[in-house]
Each structure stands twice: as structure tokens, then as C-alpha cells.
Design a protein around this ligand. Sequence first.
Ligand code: G1P
Length: 211
Amino acid sequence: MIKNYFYSDAFYNKIIKKKKDSRIIAEYKKILKYKKLIKFVYQNTPKGTGDAVFKTRKYIKDKYFLMLLPDDLIIKKNCSKDMIKVHNKNKASVMASMKVNSKTVSRWGIYSLNKKISKNDYLINGVVEKPDVKKAPSNKAVIGRYILPKTIFNKLAKQKPGNGGEIHITDAIQTLIKEGEKFIAHNFSGKYLDCGTMQGFINSNKEIGKL
Ligand code: G1P
């Protein structure tokens, strides 16, 4: 479906011919631009985020890379850009962070915080995937924006399935932290739209419809 979105030229041309709407033309131009930049990798069995990311390894050339989970929507502010600034300033890995209701911690990766290093940034001691409410180290959750070191692929190659039987990126991150890699949790300032529950998904669609 995703590939179709980028490659259905005949479909878009037909609509443009019929509607002659400048917004549709502008969107189609964006698609043409991005499809040249995108490489696809396939995860044929859903073994977890860590396994999916591992499939991209041959395309990652730089020391660090940005990873985005597409069902975590952040609007009104470019969270990735702000995180790149934090990364450049601190020469560290960065993950987006948000305070969540303590009762919902078992839905998220949860941070164990070390110390505040600036207004919106915390050095972290660790991160645990979907902990029990009783065992959670905080109520600060990982949201799907990560600046990760390429060395994470060495960890993912050996990563065993964790919570729920999936290979989690969170577990590989925890291994890196234990080995001394510096990780920062960045409290982002955009608006988060939750797509992880049915009600959240419906609300998110409404919000996006207003843009
Ligand atoms: C993933 C991550 C989790 C993170 C969440 C954010 O979980 O594994 O650490 O908090 O995204 O949405 P998933 O939603 O894929 O279960």
C-alpha cells in the first residue's frame, strides 16, 4: 500500500486531469520528489521494531541516523529538527520524550532519568519496554523519534526477543547505554497525536483533517 502511494502515477494523473485542483498537483509534485529518495526494505514477518530497523542496515552510511515511527504523529512543530539540534550540541543519541498517564506506562518504552541538562533535555540511565505499572522507573515515555548510532546494528544482530516475544529497538538501546553510549530524552514541544488506541486514531484523523 505504501509503495502504491508513491508509484500510482496513472491514478494521480487521472485525478489531476479531472479535478485540476492546485492542491492535488502540489501533493503529486511532492510524491514525485520523495519517491526518488525512498528505498524500501521488507519485513515479511512482524518480529518487532528492532528487526525492522535491522533490515535497513545496508542503507545507513553515517555515524548516526534518524528513525521515525510513522504512527506517532507530532504536529505544529518539527520535532526531528529540534532533536538534530540537541544531537549536534551534545554529540549524543536522542529520543523524543513525553509525560504520560502513569496508568498507561505498559503501552510505552519508559525512561529512567539521570539528570536534567537543559530546559527540555534529560540524560537517561536506561529505558525499559512496556513495563508493569508497578515496576515503571518513571512516567516519561519514548515517542517514535530517535537519533541512533550506527553501532546499534551490531547489537540488533544479536538481540533476543523481549517483552511480548518481539525484537525491540528499546532493548538494543538499553545495551548501548550499559556500554556507555550517551542518550538524551528530549521533551518535544509539538502536539502529539496518539494513534495507538481506536479512540486516539479517530481523534488524530479529526485533527489532521483540520490542517
Ligand atoms: C513502540 C516502541 C515503544 C514506544 C512506542 C511509541 O511501541 O517500542 O518503546 O514507546 O512505539 O509509540 P509500539 O507502539 O510499536 O508497540
